[in-house]
Design a protein around this ligand. Structure first.
Ligand code: ANZ
Ligand code: ZN
Length: 824
């Protein structure tokens, strides 16, 4: 042992095999286990190939957290699985003729082997894949739970349609409005599709974010809030003069009601066709509708568009009786508010631009309290700030911010409006016209309607023998054997639903399945779930900060309401790693700058790969690989630390003790300080600073050995603290060099003595009029008086003062004394 060189390619595969044989990382299943539980979960991967750098970074952090908790004495659940369904598998089938199943499971096998190779402490006995029938059976069960509650329903919704391939396209398959496969311009096609009614939970999804502010990244909480997008305002009733139709608008600014000069409908609004008829504008209005149908715009493009067509009818302002012209325009979105708006060009920028373009009048009804009054003829933009109401009948002179509330109250008394809240959040479209997903467990019967597949008949299995060629309906819809069934309710001939579920449904409940992954009679065991959930630490990419988290939170709340769960939020704490980039930009195969983790592991070892990720900077920050490893043939910087640590520990293992607590050496003090600080760093995911402290400790051990001193205790502590970060080298040194029988990963995290950890000396900086004039070595617990005296006693300080009168002395013991002279 003692003469051996550090050779990761020799030791790492050895420990992979030994850990597996020893079953080191299985979570205890024993309810009587007295240890506190810790659920450390990493976002599970999509098996699109081997692990990439993003995985390597995320899982290096997640694994360190789990290992640290093990050593602290927790019973840790650190599971892994695969998000196995999805479009890329189907594309591989179409492009390369490989069955999606074969492609997916081959990639899973590869990623699994790579995870083992890089030393992940997963409880492999709990692995599952969302594309396993044993799993998706329960995804289908979840669908039925929501269906029973009225939370799963069907309605017409637009899909991307390629007229040439005659097929529905996922958003990712539409490139600049064209079909990814054949380049044909994509059109909109309205299909009856399934939705989950997440909008019923909008307010709870918002309210329950408040307590998470302390433990989730701030930006994630903000993104969730913005996505839900709550707006307060009023609903106001208008009437169409020519037809008597009554309709409601949502506005956040009811105080601008006297400034309405036009009215706008979304192109899909149900009244548009009828109103165009009444107004004699059917031709041009239809033409606009058809054009939008043929060239689908994103919501943003729609919101930015200022095109529009007059409808030829007028809307009656409920408070002034004034009649204003109605338009249809794409900037009004059907999915928000009521799909119709009152146009107030003086105070809303979109309305202002629309009015200028279509030469509509602008009427100012809010004037600023200070500064120039707004004049409609000279305005270059809407005035959307606070002010005083003018030209507003009974409300003239009323000021913001009271005006909004007062107008709403008055509208209520008049029966013309009421307070209202709108959310940006839409219901969750879960239908995919695709093969590689969980089939929706519904049968359509001509006489019974939508009939549930009985739970005892689940899973609705995906057939293997399908035709993947694009064209026509989805592969499932073309499979006669799949489609034709008898109705479970009346026994008559019926048809299966041929949509599959969005893969976000699969991942919206997987954290529950990990708690009892092998149960084949329930989706999850409620007692097991109660013992482990909520997840104590969830680690993964910020790209999932919105949808995946929102859907998981929603599903948790619905299962809570159904009586399955006692808690309402699935993830207590959250951590997002940064991205791995290259030369300031993204890495990609096409750019030729793709770096992959496994070749680095083969060359320099998994420990070096992991440490390089963790040492690069704060975990949440991006890592620019070009700066870290500019020459791929040379090992990253942390490798030389591992070699130094290797030699130091081996020498220390044979060189006597490191002093006792009675006569603490400098090294002993440093060990205790390092334990204190590294524990704190790992607690707060400051992996990079933890590593640098371990480097300092390594140097001090080296120094002590060179002086002929003993350092065995220090070496043991170093190895234990290194274990969560670089598990292989730590295990080899612990068991082979330091000759322990037990794994380092099951040892107790080292404790420190606060008295020994106390800093003994400190450097006191002395400033005179802001300039640093002196540095003095003082006792670490030197008080205010001692610091002041030491500063004033310094010859250099006295020279800097040069006899001037001192007006003020600020002392921050033991670090700083700042002296200010008179006149400064
Ligand atoms: C009149 C008004 C006057 C408005 C004014 C604003 C300022 P947020 O804050 O995003 O909730 N709006 C309502 N429904 C819409 C739809 N379906 N498509 C496009 N715009 C719509 O925005 C609420 C405001 O967005 C509403 O208040 C309405 O314009 C517009 F000085 O009404 B407002
Ligand atoms: Zn029937």
């Amino acid at each position: 042992m003692s003469r051996r060189q550090y050779d990761p390619s020799e030791i790492e595969p050895k420990w992979v095999a030994r850990w597996e044989a020893e079953g080191l990382y299985a979570a205890s299943d024993d309810p009587a286990d007295p240890r506190e539980r810790f659920y450390a979960m990493d976002m599970f991967p999509y098996p699109s190939g081997d692990l990439h750098m993003g995985h390597a970074e995320a899982f290096s952090g997640g694994d360190t957290i789990a290992r640290f908790r093990w050593m602290q004495g927790y019973d840790v659940l650190h599971p892994i699985g695969w998000d196995g369904f999805g479009l890329p598998a189907e594309n591989a089938a179409i492009k390369r003729g490989i069955h999606p199943k074969e492609w997916t499971y081959a990639n899973i096998a590869q990623q699994r082997a790579s995870f083992k190779r890089i030393g992940m402490s997963f409880d492999w006995s709990r692995q599952f894949n969302t594309c396993d029938p044993e799993y998706y059976r329960w995804t289908q069960w979840l669908f039925l739970q929501l269906f029973d509650k009225g939370l799963a329903y069907r309605k017409l919704a637009p899909a991307n349609w390629c007229p040439k391939d005659q097929t529905v396209l996922a958003n990712e398959q539409v490139i600049n409005g064209h079909c990814e496969r054949c380049g044909t311009a994509v059109v909109r096609k309205d299909l009856t599709q399934w939705f989950f009614k997440i909008t019923d939970y909008a307010q709870r999804l918002l309210d329950d974010l408040d307590p998470l502010e302390a433990t989730w990244p701030e930006r994630v909480v903000t993104m969730q809030r913005n996505w839900i997008g709550r707006s307060e305002g009023a609903e106001i009733e208008f009437e169409i003069a020519e037809t008597g139709d009554r309709l409601t608008v949502f506005t956040t600014r009811p105080d601008t009601l006297w400034g309405v000069t036009f009215f706008v409908f979304a192109p899909e609004h149900e009244l548009v066709t009828r109103l165009a008829e009444a107004g004699g504008t059917t031709g041009p209005v239809n033409e606009l509708q058809d054009r939008l149908q043929a060239t689908p715009l994103t919501n943003r493009e729609q919101a930015e568009s200022r095109e529009g067509m007059p409808l030829g009818v007028k809307a009656v302002n409920p408070v002034t009786g004034e009649r204003v012209p109605c338009f249809v325009a794409p900037y009004v979105l059907m999915e928000y508010g009521t799909g119709a708006v009152m146009g107030v060009p003086a105070h809303d920028q979109r309305d202002f631009e629309f009015a200028r373009k279509h030469e509509l009048p602008i009427r100012v009804v809010i004037q600023p309290e200070e500064g120039a009054t707004r004049d409609p003829d000279r305005m270059t933009e809407a005035y959307d700030h606070e002010g005083v109401m003018v030209n507003s009948g009974p409300f003239n002179g009323v000021r913001s911010p009271d005006s909004i509330g007062r107008v709403i109250e008055w509208l209520g008394e008049q029966g013309k409006g009421r307070p209202a809240v709108s959310y940006r959040l839409r219901d969750w479209l879960i239908s995919r016209q695709r093969y590689w997903g969980a089939p929706i467990p519904i049968i359509h019967c001509p006489s019974c309607g939508e009939v549930e597949v009985p739970v005892s008949d689940l899973p609705v299995l995906l057939p293997d023998d399908v035709d993947f060629r694009p064209g026509g309906e989805s592969p499932l819809a073309r499979h006669e054997g799949f489609v034709n069934v008898t109705c479970p309710s009346c026994g008559g001939p019926a048809r299966r639903d041929t949509d599959t579920m969005d893969t976000f449904v699969d991942s919206s409940w997987y954290f529950l399945r990990y708690c009892s992954p092998h149960r084949d009679d329930v989706a999850f065991d409620v007692d097991d779930v109660e013992r482990w959930m909520p997840v104590d630490q969830y680690t993964g990419g910020v790209e999932h900060a919105i949808l995946h988290l929102l859907y998981s939170r929603f599903v948790t709340k619905t299962l809570h309401d159904l009586g399955y769960l006692s808690f309402v939020e699935p993830f207590s704490r959250m951590l997002n790693q940064g991205q791995v980039i290259y030369g300031g930009g993204s890495m990609s195969k096409s750019k030729g700058n793709l770096v992959e983790p496994m070749p680095i592991v083969e060359r320099f070892g998994a420990d070096t790969m992991r440490l390089t990720m963790l040492f690069a900077g704060p975990f949440e920050d991006d890592i620019d690989w070009m700066l870290i490893a500019p020459d791929p043939s040379r090992p990253p910087g942390v490798y030389s630390w591992l070699r130094r640590a290797w030699r130091a520990v081996i020498e220390a293992s044979s060189a006597g003790g490191a002093g006792s607590a009675d006569q603490p050496t400098e090294l002993t003090r440093l060990v205790h300080r390092t334990i204190r600080d590294v524990s704190d760093d790992l607690e707060r995911f400051r992996f990079n600073t933890a590593i640098s402290k371990l480097m300092v400790l390594t140097n001090e051990i080296r120094h002590t050995l060179d002086q002929g001193g003993g350092a065995r205790a220090a070496a043991e502590a170093l190895v234990q603290m290194t274990a969560p970060l670089a598990p292989f080298i730590a295990e080899e040194l612990w068991r082979e060099a330091l000759s322990h029988a037990e794994s380092v990963h099951t040892t107790a995290w080292p404790a420190f003595d606060p008295e020994l950890a106390r800093e003994e000396r400190a450097t006191l900086v002395v400033q005179v009029d802001g300039k640093v004039r002196e540095r003095i070595d003082v006792d670490a617990d030197a008080g205010e008086v001692a610091c002041r005296e030491a500063a004033l006693a310094s010859e250099r300080v006295r020279r800097a003062l040069d006899g001037r009168e001192v007006s003020r002395i600020v002392v921050r013991p033991p670090k700083l004394v700042s002296i200010v002279t008179a006149g400064k």
